[in-house]
Write a protein that binds this ligand. Structure first.
Ligand SMILES: Nc1ncnc2c1ncn2[C@@H]1O[C@H](COP(=O)(O)OP(=O)(O)O)[C@@H](O)[C@H]1O
Ligand SMILES: [Mg+2]
Length: 157
C-alpha cells in the first residue's frame, strides 16, 4: 500500500495586502476603525483550494511561474507558514533547504559541517557518521570535503 508523507487538503493561504494610505495619514487615523477593517479585509490569496498528496519514496516537483505560490507551499510544508483554511498532514522529518547554508560554519570543513548540520536536523552523531560516505558521494565534492567551507563556491556549498 502507498504511504502518504505529505498531504494537502483544500489549502488556502492568504497574505495581507499592503496598500497605500490613499487619503493621507490624518484621514487614515481619523477613520481608524474603518481604515483598519479595510486593511484586514484586503488580503491576497496566494493559494486557493490546493490539494495534493506525496507518497513515500516519491520525488515530487512543483512547477509554476514567478509568484505562482511554490515557495508558499514549501513554507507551509516546512511549518514556517500557517494556512488560513484546509488541513496539512506531514509524516516524518522535514529538512527544508529554503535557506541553504543556515547552520553552516565557514571555518569548519565540509565533513565537520555535515556532522554539525546533521545534528541540527535532529540526527545523532552516530547516525551522521553512518551516512557520511553516502552524503559525501551525493555532494560530488569529495576532493574538497576536508577544506574549510569558506573556500567553497556557492554551488559547492
Ligand atoms: N510575505 C508575503 N506577504 C505578502 N505577499 C506575499 C508574501 N509572500 C509571498 N507573497 C505573494 O504570494 C504569491 C506567491 O508567492 P511565492 O509563493 O513566493 O511564489 P513563487 O515561489 O512561486 O514565486 C506572490 O504573489 C507573492 O507576491
Ligand atoms: Mg519562490
Amino acid at each position: 500500500m502507498k504511504e502518504s508523507v505529505v498531504v494537502f487538503e483544500k489549502i488556502t493561504k492568504c497574505y495581507p495586502f499592503y496598500h497605500h494610505i490613499t487619503f493621507g495619514i490624518k484621514n487614515f487615523l481619523f477613520t481608524l476603525p474603518t481604515s483598519l477593517k479595510a486593511m484586514k479585509a484586503s488580503r491576497f490569496e496566494a493559494l486557493h483550494d490546493v490539494s495534493f498528496e506525496v507518497y513515500k519514496g516519491e520525488t515530487f516537483g512543483i512547477i509554476g511561474r514567478n509568484g505562482a505560490g511554490k515557495s508558499t507551499i514549501l513554507g507551509l510544508i516546512a511549518g514556517v507558514l500557517k494556512t488560513n483554511q484546509g488541513k496539512i498532514t506531514i509524516m516524518g522529518r522535514i529538512s527544508p533547504l529554503l535557506e541553504l547554508g543556515a547552520g553552516f560554519h565557514p571555518e569548519l570543513t565540509g565533513r565537520e559541517n555535515i556532522i554539525l548540520n546533521g545534528i541540527l536536523l535532529g540526527l545523532t552523531r552516530k547516525d551522521v557518521l553512518r551516512k557520511m560516505e553516502e552524503i559525501i558521494e551525493f555532494s560530488e565534492i569529495r576532493d574538497f570535503i576536508d577544506q574549510p567551507i569558506r573556500t567553497y563556491s556557492s554551488d559547492m556549498l
